[in-house]
Design a protein around this ligand. Structure first.
Ligand code: ZN
Ligand code: ZN
Length: 598
């Protein structure tokens, strides 16, 4: 396991935090009547929210950057002081947002950015000053601005932001910046941003006609899978279902709604209700759309008397669930309100649990690798402190140990998040690194000491007595929607051959080659490949460009020479020209690529 410094204590965090102060100073130099709100560091950078007399332009950003560089040059030192509330309000007179924040600090329970604090932290009002600028802040910053490389930051964009995230309050202008230790790191990051933009699944989803969302007519956070996207999902699910069946899983199906009694028993109406939608009423009974599949699988387990000989039971379901998300956080396929989990629940004899965890972790990695992910990072979350956890502490330790040992045996890097587990059990989250080095969370393997109790689940042991089984929830790809978003971005839409909706397109050079192309297409289709013939009137070079834009793996070009010799001229989507090939040779190549999932 690695011992990383938490981001909040890292030098990058201090650099980014300090730059948000420097940016605010630069903006106030340009707009002395401007009002400043909050300016925290964020992942990869920082922002600050301003209330300014006019909208900022791209030229303004350049100007602000220049002023920031000048401020950095002077290597100012940050100076901290503590103030009483009254003193602070006098000092920030004319800055209404700061006054509101100070009132929040005075009342307690929130920090200087209006974010909730744990009850034990006493409210302190402090400021940090560098040069002429003094801001309400609790740090940390760099010691002096000379620690920040003046060519290692960049202002990225201006976006609208509501004060306190409340659409009924003032609309502010938020300037986003990014900052790094060196200009080289900055350049790398900017390149990654550019790559990420090209790979944006919303953009590619439209260009490749894979899926759509429609907040106006359909509703936010609901996804339509178009024929090509639907085919990819079908292929992915078909592969996974086969693997599940070959690995001792049972495939089950459960309804989309269940009676309130079910959700009361499971506890969801107690601890999960804010993510659930209002009930519908059928025969004067309340029914809820399912936010999770677990209670149904438990009912199936309980439908019969279970013996230790029946265990482990592994119930898998591509279960569509509905969870409330604020409209502001919905994002393409990545954050939605209705999605299909590749869900499963394992019911296990307690003494067989370590083997079961080994099995599920290895199965998980096998599935992820099959989709081309090879770079993993696991996170083990353990028992929350302060008596919030249910279940016997000994069971927790046992489960945590099993999870950690399994991670060691699987040989993947992992970090421990002590106390970060849910109240009902420890878990492993597995994140993958994509083609451009971004981390995405996909799989979760989660113990549950709560639900077997709540549903009074039992099995008859070798001793003839009833015992409580262990229950493990797991999702490997996570949700099909989110996974598809990640897959699109990882491959930039150029899916491996086995997942490509169209695997090859035949391109006749002239109309007299169409008949031969159709005949070859039919041969290849009969062999099981997904083939199109471009019979359009475009020139060949345009047809090639179109096929490349559609990220079709193979282009088979046919002119007189190819037609005479029963060949096709093979080009790849990355532009490589492999020259004439026998149709049978191409067929073999394609099937090799499919078999290797390349
Ligand atoms: Zn600060
Ligand atoms: Zn579950």
């Amino acid at each position: 396991m690695s011992n990383k410094v938490p981001y909040e204590e890292s030098q990058l965090y201090k650099i980014r935090h300090s730059l948000s102060h420097v940016m605010a100073q630069a903006v106030l130099e340009m707009f002395p009547e401007g009002k400043i709100a909050i300016g925290p560091p964020i992942e990869d950078g920082f922002y600050y929210d301003f209330d300014l007399p006019r909208p900022l332009t791209p030229e303004d950003l350049k100007n602000i950057e220049k002023r920031m560089r000048n401020i950095l040059k002077k290597k100012h030192v940050f100076q901290r002081r503590e103030l009483g509330a009254a003193e602070a309000k006098t000092f920030f007179a004319g800055q209404p947002y700061k006054i509101e924040l100070i009132e929040g600090l005075e009342a307690g329970g929130v920090d200087e950015n209006g974010e909730p604090l744990s009850a034990s932290e006493p409210p302190v009002i402090s400021t940090y000053k560098h040069d002429t600028f003094e801001d309400l802040c609790k740090g940390p910053h760099v010691d002096n601005l000379g620690e920040i490389h003046p060519r290692a930051f960049k202002l990225l964009k201006v976006a609208g932001a509501y004060w306190r995230g409340d659409e009924h309050r003032e609309q502010l202008q938020r300037i986003y910046g990014t900052a790094w230790a060196t200009p080289e790191e900055l350049a790398k990051y900017l390149h990654r941003l550019e790559e990420a933009e090209k790979r944006d699944h919303r953009k590619l989803g439209k260009e490749l006609d894979l899926f759509s969302t429609d907040a106006d007519m359909l509703g936010g956070g609901l996804v339509q899978w178009h024929p090509k996207g639907g085919l990819i999902r079908h292929l992915a699910e078909e592969f996974c279902r086969k693997e599940h069946l070959a690995n001792g899983y049972d495939l089950v199906y459960s309804p989309h709604i269940g009676k309130s009694t079910l959700w009361e028993t499971s506890g969801h109406l107690g601890f999960y209700q804010e993510s659930m939608y209002a009930p519908l009423v059928i025969d004067e009974q309340e029914y809820y759309l399912k936010p999770m599949n677990c209670p149904f699988h438990i009912l199936m387990y309980k439908n019969d008397l279970r013996s230790y000989r029946d265990l482990p039971l592994r119930y898998a379901e591509w279960g569509t669930v509905y969870r409330y998300e604020r409209s502001g956080v919905l994002h393409g396929l990545l954050r939605v309100r209705g999605f299909t989990q590749d869900d499963a629940h394992h019911f296990v004899q307690p003494d067989k649990m370590p083997e079961e965890i080994d099995f599920v972790l290895n199965f998980c990695l096998h599935i992820l690798r099959s989709f081309g992910f090879t770079d993993f990072q696991a996170y083990l979350s353990t028992r929350p402190k302060g008596g919030k956890a249910v279940g016997d502490p000994e069971q927790w330790s046992e489960a945590e140990l099993a999870l950690e040992e399994a991670l060691k045996r699987a040989g993947i890097p992992y970090d421990i998040d002590p106390g970060g587990g849910a109240f009902y059990g420890p878990k492993i989250d597995i994140k993958i690194n994509d083609a451009i080095g971004r981390e995405w969370q996909l799989s979760t393997i989660q113990f549950d000491f709560n639900m077997p109790e709540r549903f009074d689940m039992t099995f008859i042991g070798e001793d003839g007595q009833p015992h409580r089984p262990y229950m493990v929830h797991r999702a490997l790809l996570g949700s099909m929607e989110r996974f598809f978003g990640v897959l699109i971005e990882h491959y930039g839409g150029a899916f491996p051959v086995w997942l490509s909706p169209v695997q090859a397109v035949l391109i006749p050079i002239a109309d007299r080659h169409i008949a031969y192309c159709e005949e070859v297409a039919n041969r290849l289709r009969a062999a099981g490949l997904r083939i199109e013939v471009d019979t359009g009137s475009d020139r060949m070079s345009n047809k090639i460009r179109l096929a490349q834009k559609q990220k079709i793996p193979y282009m088979l070009i046919v002119g007189d020479k190819e037609q005479e010799k029963d060949k096709v001229s093979l080009r790849l989507r990355d532009g490589q020209d492999l020259g004439p090939k026998d149709v049978a040779t191409f067929e073999m190549m394609a099937f090799e690529a499919i078999a290797s999932k390349a």
